[in-house]
Design a binder for this molecule. Structure first.
Ligand code: SAH
Ligand code: SF4
Ligand code: F3S
Length: 480
């Protein structure tokens, strides 16, 4: 696509503050999109596809916000002129999927001269990936990483004005750029970044390398954003960070996560507060206390354990033992009765023996999780675990994985059944995917309930009688 002959003037005064600078580029990009749309006689469209965690989902909302401001219309990936993949690299299979999908885009780009492809997110922070893309996927138009996502509009302008592919990857940043556009997926609930990066360096994990060092946002900026969301109809918020329990420690005026929660609770229109993820080593008594008093913090805690073997936990650099973890969960259950506990577990970490694995099964039976995400260990280049001896053979790992999955699922369906016959508040999120005469609501404990109802209920908090537990969700009916 030749855009270099478009008559867009880029030599005006560019604002110096980063937010102002990006709004300047949003304006410029809008002119390009306008001219192009006129030339081809139809609007240009985009699709952002997200891989990975809630952090990436939130970043994608920012990308979407900028694209809408620029004048792109949202469309399905199959027809979009601008396809963006926001990538994840936490496990190898996330990478494989991106390469596969890119391969499928190539012929489409040949057919559509106005098509652009953008890649961003965690995978782009790996130098080997960039090398591979340069060599075998040179048809990609814009590549950027996790640290400069706020520059999206500027990079689009650069692509248009130069007519050449743009690759811009930063190794790290201290910058947190506030107040840029974003386009929420749901009108009534939203994620909010409270911190970026991670300092924990669990030995298997690539996140600290691709997301950089831990940085907390100023509490005033977070509260301002939440108030604005609340005025815009949001009733449920999810505070996001790789380790929210260490929020605020590095600020000039340190603030604890529990203090932040207490301030957020005072915002009237916010009815539900969730957060993710909690590292067990940093979960304070102060936080448990705030949770036990709160009427807004949801009765759900995601507390990744990773393994039930203290020996493996040490090799993972998690900095707690099986016993400490069990003590912590007991303390939480005592302080917040009925709380739902969920977790992440890795199977097949280097050196994991059958005895270690039995410790994990034992822990799962003791805690009785409401649900657990189970992962097969994936070797990530550059992490300490990748070079450890005794990588566990694939067939052994698969066998353990299946046994763990069965245990986790059996327990989860028993735990779920406990609430059968009670009435609980649900936030209605959508029409049911399987039956349009039903809606789907989320309970405080994060489980879903499907019940008869129409579109008018979406975004409302309503009491629902939980008639029947179906293993991982309920069938219910509106109460009262
Ligand atoms: N910050 C969060 C987790 C982010 S990654 C925390 O510490 O809890 C989400 C999950 O992916 C992790 O909890 C872990 O279970 C899993 N994971 C991370 N690296 C992995 C790897 N190399 N192989 C398999 N699973 C991994
Ligand atoms: Fe990865 Fe550990 Fe940081 Fe979580 S706390 S992102 S598992 S290094
Ligand atoms: Fe994946 Fe990056 Fe999240 S590696 S899990 S998208 S922080």
């Amino acid at each position: 696509m030749d855009t270099t002959n478009l008559d867009i003037n880029l030599s005006d005064n560019i604002p110096e503050d980063e937010t102002g600078r990006q709004y300047y580029y949003i304006e410029k990009a809008r002119l390009y999109v306008q001219e192009l749309s006129q030339r081809i006689g139809r609007p240009l469209t985009f699709c952002v596809t997200t891989f990975g965690c809630q952090m990436n989902a939130r970043d994608s909302e920012k990308l979407r916000g900028i694209l809408k401001e620029i004048g792109y219309l949202e469309a399905e990936e199959e027809t979009a002129d601008f396809v963006i993949y926001n990538t994840c690299t936490v496990r190898e299979n996330a990478n494989t999927r991106v390469y596969g999908r890119l391969g499928q885009l190539k012929p489409r780009k040949k057919q559509n001269p106005y098509m652009m492809i953008g890649l961003c997110g965690c995978m782009m922070q790996e130098p080997e990936v960039i090398e591979k893309l340069k060599k075998s996927y040179s048809f990609v138009d814009i590549i950027f990483g996790t640290h400069n996502i706020f520059k999206f509009a500027e990079l689009i302008v650069q692509r248009f004005s130069s007519g050449k592919p743009v690759i811009d990857i930063w190794e790290g940043t201290d910058a947190i750029v506030e107040d840029l556009p974003n386009q929420r997926k749901y009108s009534f609930k939203s994620g909010i970044n409270i911190m970026f990066g991670c300092n924990n360096f669990c030995s298997y994990c690539i996140v600290p390398y691709v997301r950089g060092r831990e940085r907390s946002r100023e509490p005033q900026a977070i509260l301002r954003e939440i108030r604005r969301l609340a005025d815009d109809g949001v009733v449920e918020i999810m505070l996001l960070g790789q380790n929210v329990n260490s929020y605020g420690k590095t600020l000039d005026h340190p603030v604890t996560f529990a203090e932040l929660l207490t301030e957020i609770e005072k915002i009237d229109k916010i009815k539900r507060i969730r957060f993710m993820t909690s590292h067990p080593k940093d979960l304070s008594d102060e936080l448990i206390e705030v949770m036990s008093r709160s009427t807004k913090i949801c009765r759900h805690l995601h507390l990744p354990v990773q393994s039930g073997s203290s020996r493996i936990l040490q090799k993972m650099n998690r900095r707690y033992t099986k016993e400490q973890y069990l003590e912590l969960t007991e303390k939480i259950r005592k302080a917040v009765p009925g709380i739902s506990l969920t977790t992440d577990i890795i199977v097949g970490f280097p050196g994991e023996t059958e005895e270690d694995f039995q410790e994990t099964l034992d822990l799962v039976r003791k805690v009785r999780y409401d649900s657990a995400f189970t992962f097969i260990y994936s070797r990530r280049t550059g992490t300490p675990a990748a070079n450890m001896e005794d990588q566990v053979p694939e067939d052994v790992v698969k066998n353990r994985f299946q046994r763990l999955l069965k245990e986790v699922q059996d327990i989860a369906s028993e735990v779920c059944a406990v609430h059968e016959g009670t009435t609980q508040e649900a936030l209605v999120e959508s029409l049911s995917e399987h039956d349009p005469s039903m809606v789907t609501g989320r309970l405080s404990n994060n489980l879903l309930v499907h019940f008869p109802g129409g579109e008018e209920l979406i975004g409302k908090l309503v009491p629902v009688y939980l008639k029947e537990c179906k293993g991982f969700y309920y069938l219910g009916e509106l109460a009262g």
